[in-house]
Design a protein around this ligand. Structure first.
Ligand SMILES: NC(=O)c1ccc[n+]([C@@H]2O[C@H](COP(=O)([O-])OP(=O)(O)OC[C@H]3O[C@@H](n4cnc5c(N)ncnc54)[C@H](O)[C@@H]3O)[C@@H](O)[C@H]2O)c1
Length: 353
């Protein structure tokens, strides 16, 4: 079987202009674009020193002093890569010329109402916009899709995501004081991933709770069931406060089919941010009831390589080699709707005994 973990690339990548020179741009966007050979022509941040520092570090030719300057000098074939806090997205989009392709860093606003106003603005300005839900393009997911597409595990009937790790939330100071943290900033990736395999669920059951050692943060442990009727199962369990060493930390995606299964270990979340290597193993009973588990070599990891895939989708749509990016705002709005439903379900509570 030929298993590929790399994404389909654009034929001729367009120049990228980045807005926001913060942590994720430096740690993931720019390293990914360097690997992919995507040209980055300019960068802007409301904090000019940050834009200059990033430009110097990554050899970006132009820093813009203002949004007005950026818009004035925007090449007609440019792609905007927007990585600012959720609350700043709408304001930046409103200043872009109509029809500009833009990749918006997730989440698509802080809640569903903000996501809807971002979507309306994109429709009004006819922005071919996509959202950086990049887990669905991680190398281990590309490999899993490749296995599935070749029928090696039969029909996919079960997705389980199980994360029990220690997450140093203090690395993201902006999450302190926010009413929503775990599902909106973390499990949102898993919800989006499940949707990329199973489509939209009929409903969501969820419970998300705080942890006593991180009282100053909103809820950090979540159980989310995405309801696809009585034949498919999709279940997400996350806990981010594991303080008991590496031995029992876990971080995996289980994909079970009618004739085989795939187990992916997401290494980056263990011993974060150092991480351990990812692993992907699969077993296929198709034509071989005695089959054994096979290890698949992977090229790259979730961070930064998955960021190649989300940008590649928008680049391909812009050049016309793909009709619509898989991560378009029109698709991503459903991930935001699921997040909203998960918080509502958690607040409402379960069936009374
Ligand atoms: N997809 C992922 O896996 C992932 C991972 C980490 C962070 N993120 C998201 O990326 C976003 C940014 O996160 P970060 O960690 O880089 O934050 P950060 O605070 O380090 O960086 C944000 C940057 O945006 C700049 N900024 C704010 N408003 C602006 C505006 N109107 N115009 C131009 N620049 C502006 C800030 O000065 C700052 O440099 C957040 O929404 C976060 O949720 C996504």
């Amino acid at each position: 079987m030929n298993i590929t973990s790399t994404p389909v690339m654009p034929l001729s990548p367009r120049p990228i202009i980045i807005i926001g020179a913060g942590g994720i741009v430096n740690d993931a966007h720019l390293p990914a674009y360097k690997i992919a050979g995507f040209p980055v022509m300019g960068i802007y941040d409301i904090d000019p020193a940050k834009a200059q520092r990033t430009a110097q570090q990554f050899g970006i030719p132009k820093t813009f002093a203002s949004m007005d300057e950026l818009v004035g000098l925007l090449p007609s074939n440019a792609i905007i890569d927007l990585a600012v806090p959720g609350s700043a997205i709408w304001g930046v989009l409103s200043q872009l010329p109509d029809h500009t392709p833009v990749l918006i860093q997730k989440p698509m606003g802080n809640d569903y109402a903000e996501a809807q106003s971002i979507l309306s603005l994109c429709r009004q300005k006819q922005l071919p916009a996509a959202v950086n839900f990049q887990l669905r393009y991680a190398p281990f997911i590309n490999a899993a899709r490749s296995i599935l597409q070749q029928g090696a595990i039969g029909e996919l009937i079960d997705i389980e995501i199980n994360v029990n790790v220690y997450m140093p939330w203090h690395l993201w100071p902006f999450v302190y004081g926010l009413p929503r943290v775990e599902i909106l900033y973390h499990s949102i990736h898993y919800i989006d991933l499940v949707r990329s395999f199973f489509g939209n669920p009929a409903s969501i059951y969820a419970k998300t709770v705080k942890h006593p050692v991180m009282e100053e943060l909103a809820s950090l442990r979540s159980d989310i069931l995405m309801d696809y009727g009585d034949r498919l199962r999709a279940s997400i369990h996350t806990a981010h406060c594991h303080r008991f060493g590496m031995r029992h930390q876990q971080s995996y995606i289980w994909l079970e089919g009618t004739e085989g299964a795939i187990k992916i270990t997401m290494g980056v979340l263990k011993d974060y941010p150092k991480g351990v290597p990812d692993e992907l193993e699969y077993i296929s009973y198709v034509d071989n009831p005695d089959a054994q588990w096979q290890r698949v070599p992977l090229e790259g990891s979730w961070f930064p390589h998955a960021f190649i895939g989300s940008m590649a989708q928008l680049q391909r749509a812009a050049e016309g080699s793909l009709a619509t990016p898989g991560n378009s705002v029109e698709d991503s709005i459903h991930t935001m709707a699921c997040v909203e439903a998960a918080y509502r379900s958690s607040e409402r509570g379960g069936e009374k005994i």
